[in-house]
Design a protein around this ligand. Structure first.
Ligand code: PLP
Length: 488
């Protein structure tokens, strides 16, 4: 299902944006925060960002509503977003999709509750689980051994987890993963709902699913209860703006209370108005926008596959279960046959060709395609990849793949994170229980999470990823030479 609206429909309105335009006309004298007072107090910043930005960088007030308790223009803008996305309620979020994910998990779970989820989730999910003291029940995702990527969750594995943990309160699903892979969400919703569990979808990479019927099913269309949607990724809004969606079975007031546990009381009107305008744009023009994006990504895929060596993969990966569907807008390229790690190609593109891709892992790169791209940009990428193969390719090189390492969970993440700990050199941490995260960012999927056993395989992986130049994060020791582990 995709939701598209007529220019004559109420989706043509943008209530928050319109209220800000009216507010500008009113020329109100500001004796409130922010102290830059429409930019006059900070000329350098105003010259940098422009007067138009400073004019609407304002605080909540009567005519502009309040994000913590919306009753007028924010409420109307959220109602339009809910309609556009086929949700019962939509919440404007200003702390990134991290804040949407957090609100979703904290709505579903209380301390001690079990939540079923794949282990290849973004750090925001595990952090939310840790914050609320929930207990993760991992469903190991399938992996594609050639590409070195995680796939989705198999229906059977989800059913088995539900059966083994009947008291779990929710199942969380990536829709899709960073690599464009979708699980069979509709079936997972059925399985979970039969046992009274909520279904939460991390749709950080799935905003466009709502507006193009040729793309995989969106969470709301599949009957999920909540979804965290990165409008700032494929939706075109400003960085850090995001949407949280909920279905009819979830209390709007309770979700608002949960959001207000951690949300700022000074929500940015720049971010919120960008959500309002982007929602209008997608509701009215999403079909044309994403058709163009799909075609551009396909063009890139075909051209890259014509170079030879590289494998730009697409819908042929679908297998009816662990790759139930694939997001064709993602231009993913496996670089291993060329004899280069994904991160090496990522670095070469950046350093030698001034091309910034979304990420490079051990075996793949992701070129993020959006409505802002032009054919000639894609051609530049293709040309650069062809040259990299010729100049730097090492066919037959012995390269590690970023395969998923099944975690050995010893205790819950909250218990480990707050437990008594010692700091050890990485190699001496072997056999100990880690109390922090280690991950390559992006994609931000932890290699180690608090409560998991440090194995030789994990140490080798960290050392290899570091040597290849992956940007690594998580531990207290920023150089990742030491790890915090539970004191024995
Ligand atoms: C799968 C997934 N979930 C959640 C997030 C968090 O989004 P944000 O960076 O907007 O907080 C990301 C970020 O990349 C992500 O990849």
């Amino acid at each position: 299902m995709s939701l598209l609206f007529d220019p004559g429909s109420r989706q043509a309105a943008a209530p928050l944006y319109e209220a800000l335009e009216e507010f500008k006309e009113a020329r109100i004298v500001p004796f409130d925060v922010p102290g830059h007072k429409r930019g006059r107090g900070n000329p350098e910043l105003t010259a940098f960002l422009g007067q138009k930005c400073m004019d609407v960088d304002v605080n909540s007030m009567k005519c502009l509503d309040n994000l913590c308790h919306p009753v007028s223009v924010i409420k109307e803008a959220e109602e339009l977003a809910a309609e556009a996305f086929g949700a019962a309620h939509a919440y404007f979020m200003v702390g990134g999709t991290t804040s949407s994910v957090q609100a979703m998990v904290l709505t579903a779970c209380k301390p001690g509750d079990e939540i079923i989820l794949p282990r290849n989730v973004h750090r925001s999910v595990l952090n939310a689980v840790m914050l609320c003291g929930a207990v993760p029940v991992y469903v190991n995702p399938e992996t594609d051994k050639d590409l070195g990527i995680c796939l989705g969750m198999c229906r059977e594995a989800v059913a088995a987890a539900i059966q083994a943990h009947p008291a779990a309160v929710a199942v969380l699903v990536n829709n899709p993963t960073y690599y464009g892979i979708c699980s069979d969400l509709r079936s997972i919703v059925q399985l979970a709902h039969q046992k009274g569990m909520l279904v939460l979808a991390d749709e950080a990479h799935g905003t466009h699913f709502y507006f193009d019927k040729n793309l995989p099913l969106s969470a709301m269309a599949a009957g999920a209860d909540m979804a965290a949607v990165s409008m700032h990724k494929s939706g075109g809004s400003l960085t850090q703006s995001s949407l949280l969606l909920s279905g009819p079975g979830v209390s709007e007031g309770y979700v608002r209370q949960i959001i207000n546990l951690t949300q700022t009381t000074s929500g940015s009107y720049l971010l919120m108005s960008s959500l309002d305008l982007s929602r209008r744009n997608l509701a009215l023009h999403g079909d044309e926008i994403f058709e163009k994006v799909r075609n551009l990504a396909q063009y890139g895929r075909d051209e890259i596959n014509n170079i030879g060596g590289y494998y730009a993969y697409g819908r042929e990966l679908r297998n009816g279960d662990s790759v139930y569907d694939f997001d064709e807008t993602k231009l993913l390229v496996n670089t291993l046959p060329v004899g280069l790690a994904g991160i090496e190609v990522y670095d070469l593109l950046r350093d030698e060709y001034d091309i910034q891709t979304e990420f490079g892992d051990l075996g793949n790169i992701l070129a993020y395609i959006s409505v802002g791209d032009r054919v000639r940009d894609v051609e530049r990428l293709v040309g650069a990849l062809a040259e990299i193969r010729r100049r730097f390719g090492r066919p037959g090189a012995n390269l590690m793949k970023s395969e998923y390492i099944e975690p050995i969970v010893v205790c819950g993440p909250q218990k480990a994170f707050y437990g008594a700990k010692v700091s050890l050199p990485l190699k001496e941490a072997l056999g100990k229980v880690c109390t922090e995260y280690v991950m390559c960012y992006p994609p931000g999927i932890p290699i180690l999470a608090p409560g998991e056993l440090v194995t030789q395989e994990i140490i080798d992986y960290i050392l290899y990823a570091k040597a290849k130049g992956c940007s690594m994060t998580g531990p207290e020791d920023l150089d990742i030479e030491r790890l915090n582990v539970l004191k024995e």
